[in-house]
Design a protein around this ligand. Structure first.
Ligand SMILES: C[S@@+](CC[C@H](N)C(=O)[O-])C[C@H]1O[C@@H](n2cnc3c(N)ncnc32)[C@H](O)[C@@H]1O
Length: 229
């Protein structure tokens, strides 16, 4: 997996694209295989955990998006119904099978969305070309969440917004202890990391946090941040 130091080095040479290391490549391939396999069951499985954990999280995140919007790790397109109709939406997703379901959902809902198969850790878009970047329930799964956030920041225009809904490491020690127990299994089976703290990356990257809400004993996080002008 690419370390933060690798990424900082890549960013320092920022004329060129950020190139993931061989290790991060193999983990990315593993995650792709997991989601290709799970795609047909994903909507059913996630629906109940959305009800229990994430409440109206999608309805909090998506209406704040405006202008040219990029959603990373687009999944099966579950955010589509929540976007304002006038956004210009682009999506990128690692799994071909998840993306196929998203395409059908977009068609069914009559949403005009530019969907790409690709890697959020190495976005195929120029610097500063989006007004908003959205990510829901995926910073836990993208192998290098630091790199994904760095890439999101790169493609945001100055003043642009990064919005996310995520499950993160709880500050409540008892809850965190349970997360520590379950994490190795979750990572192995689902590529799902329970102990991440993506907010730290935002701060390191110099984005300004406008809103941050925590719920479910600090496990669920909603964030709206801005790239400085
Ligand atoms: C738990 S699902 C969330 C899907 C969707 N964002 C949602 O809110 O329902 C995680 C998604 O992240 C995608 N993913 C994981 N790593 C990725 C990467 N490096 N680039 C793009 N998508 C990735 C997976 O294929 C999967 O669709």
């Amino acid at each position: 997996m690419a370390s933060k130091a690798d990424t900082e080095q890549n960013s320092a040479m920022s004329a060129g694209p950020i190139i993931p290391t061989a290790t991060s490549g193999s983990e990315t391939e593993r995650v792709r295989r997991i989601y290709d396999k799970v795609a047909s069951r994903y909507d059913g499985v996630i629906a109940w955990s959305e009800k229990i954990f994430f409440g109206n999280g999608r309805a909090w995140v998506c209406p704040q998006a405006g202008g040219a919007v990029l959603e990373i790790a687009f999944g099966t397109g579950r955010n589509l119904p929540y976007y304002p109709r006038d956004v210009r939406l682009t999506g990128i997703e690692l799994s071909r099978e998840m993306l196929a379901i998203a395409r059908r959902r977009a068609q069914r809902l009559g949403h005009d969305v530019d969907l790409h198969l690709g890697d959020a850790q190495s976005l195929p878009f120029p610097d500063q070309c989006f007004d908003t970047v959205v990510c829901t329930l995926a910073l836990c799964t993208i192998p290098d969440d630091w790199q994904a956030i760095a890439e999101a920041s790169r493609v945001l225009r100055p003043g642009g917004r990064l919005l996310w809904l995520e499950h993160v490491r709880s500050p409540v020690l008892l809850v965190q202890a349970v997360q520590r127990l379950v994490d190795p299994l979750a990572v192995r089976i689902q590529g799902d990391h329970l102990l991440r703290t993506p907010l730290d990356h935002l701060r390191t990257l110099g984005l300004k946090i406008d809103q941050m809400q925590r719920s479910k004993w600090g496990m669920v996080e909603r964030v709206s941040a801005r790239k400085p002008v």
